[in-house]
Write a protein that binds this ligand. Structure first.
Ligand code: IFM
Length: 473
């Protein structure tokens, strides 16, 4: 996801137990104690790991189509195979279990479950997720299911996709059927992943699937995602699912690149669209005044009552602040710009700003009545050609996670109601327009052989969880 500038056969696993245990002080984790009820977890998404795009009766999604069009993805990569998780799911779950991780957020592929229409389930697709969930439960790992992580069935795109109001109802209908099937086993339901990114990148500036551009397309997609989310929450509640219900948003502090009035105004507009227009309809039942005009053509009477639904918890994906400058060449005249000289960048050129985490968490806490939150994604990428020279010794990733956890603790001390922290991500995976080159995993994947090798960060995370468990047991 190029949201900031870009600079530039079953494996034999050696898992946590194989690593010599480094003293907590040396590993920098002695102060990272979060208490007995805190949920450490890990997140993935279906399209980024599953592969097997033509197997088990699956039909194409918008991302299959987009990847196979020229020039969209770095190096022309596709996710046709990705991590081959569809065939290697048991060993991948064993990796999660091997690190002592007790919570797993994954998404389900809509076009694997309903390839032909919205009423005819594909038994093979349901069978795959049945096996996955049952294996998680057998390993004492809670299944956190995300219903929609950007891979809309292409058949729905052909009817207008998220610009078509009917897609909101289709999401609710899909979720209704899914929740009837899995409702007794899923511990947490997350409706959407990052509506801000999916609407702006996919429907506003066209660098993600389905590659659409323009302000009207962006706003209509976002409104229909918000509406579909509200309808889905109601469907899940009506079905009496056992699990808790929430959604996932990337909420980030948005700062102007400079003090120039046009940059300040651009940052305010993007903040209203990126943060406000995602959270306000859900948690407060309105759109921010600054951008409300863009939604008027699509927002029908009663819609904001449908979008405004109580949730049990909000997933917050945090990577850094966004630094914004005025740019008339993009919708909303607001684009990513230079940063405020942060100390360091990741290899993607994303600034490393752990202090932005308490900033955004306190804002959510103060604006939305101390809403319960969990950090649903936080992670660090390297950019890699070929096999890692030093990729398994990922001290930079460990430092990044450690710093963010330490600032997360500050937010909790200041009063934020945060009940969990999930790393992005388990495996090096297909990173959207970044292709296979961007590597976020705690576990290295050799795409030639599909061999999985845990990196140092995997062992570090295992040790952190163990330490928290030992202290709180
Ligand atoms: O890979 C993505 C994920 O799908 C959504 N959040 C950001 C991650 C890193 O780019």
């Amino acid at each position: 996801m190029q949201r900031r500038k870009l600079l530039t056969a079953p494996a034999t696993l050696s898992i946590a137990s194989a690593l010599p245990v480094i003293p907590a002080k040396q590993a920098g984790m002695e102060s990272l104690q979060f208490g007995p009820n805190f949920n450490f977890g890990i997140s993935t998404s279906a399209y980024q790991i599953e592969g097997a795009v033509h197997e088990g009766g699956r039909a194409p999604s918008i991302w299959d189509v987009f990847c196979h069009e020229p020039h969209h993805i770095t190096d022309g990569d596709t996710a046709d195979v990705a991590c081959d998780h569809y065939h290697r799911m048991p060993e991948d779950i064993d990796l999660i279990a091997g690190a002592g991780i007790k919570n797993y957020r994954f998404s389900i592929c809509w076009s694997r479950l309903f390839p032909t229409d919205d009423r005819t389930p594909n038994a093979t697709g349901f069978g795959f997720y049945d096996l996955l969930i049952d294996r998680l439960l057998a390993k004492n790992i809670a299944p956190w299911m995300c219903l929609y992580h950007w891979d809309l069935p292409q058949r729905l795109q052909e009817r207008g996709g998220w610009r078509n109001r009917d897609t909101s109802a289709r999401l609710a209908e899909f979720s209704d059927q899914v929740s009837r099937h899995f409702g007794d086993r899923v511990s947490h339901w997350m409706v959407l992943n990052e509506a801000a990114v999916h609407s702006r990148f996919g429907h506003g500036v066209g660098v993600h699937a389905p590659g659409l551009t323009g302000m009207a397309s962006w706003a209509s997609a976002l409104h229909h995602l918000n509406l579909g989310q509200g309808l889905t929450i109601q469907a899940l509640r009506a079905n009496g699912v056992k699990g808790r219900i929430g959604t996932v948003a990337c909420v980030e502090p948005i700062w102007p690149s400079t003090d120039k009035p046009e940059d300040v105004a651009a940052a305010q507009r993007l903040d209203a669209m990126w943060n406000g227009a995602v959270l306000d309809p859900l948690l407060a039942g309105h759109y921010p005044e600054l951008v409300a005009e863009y939604f008027e053509p699509f927002c029908q009477p009663g819609d904001l009552e449908q979008t405004h639904q109580p949730i049990d918890l909000l997933g917050v994906n945090y990577y850094s602040r966004l630094h914004i400058q005025a740019d008339p060449s993009v919708p909303l005249d607001a684009n990513f710009g230079p940063d405020h000289a942060p100390v360091k960048y990741t290899a993607l050129g994303w600034p490393i700003e752990p202090d932005g985490l308490p900033e955004i968490l306190m804002r959510i806490t103060n604006t939305y009545n101390r809403q319960e939150i969990f950090i649903s994604e936080n992670g660090f990428a390297t950019v890699q050609d070929g096999r890692p020279v030093n990729g398994l010794r990922d001290a930079g990733r460990i430092a990044y996670l450690q710093q963010h956890l330490s600032f997360l603790k500050k937010a909790i001390d200041q009063g934020a109601n945060v009940s969990g922290y999930f790393v992005w991500t388990l495996l090096d995976d297909f990173e959207w327009d970044g292709g296979l080159k961007w590597r976020f995993g705690l576990v290295d994947v050799d795409y030639e052989t599909q061999k999985r090798t845990p990196k140092d960060s995997y062992h570090w995370y295992a040790q952190l969880i163990k330490l928290n468990t030992a202290v709180t047991a």
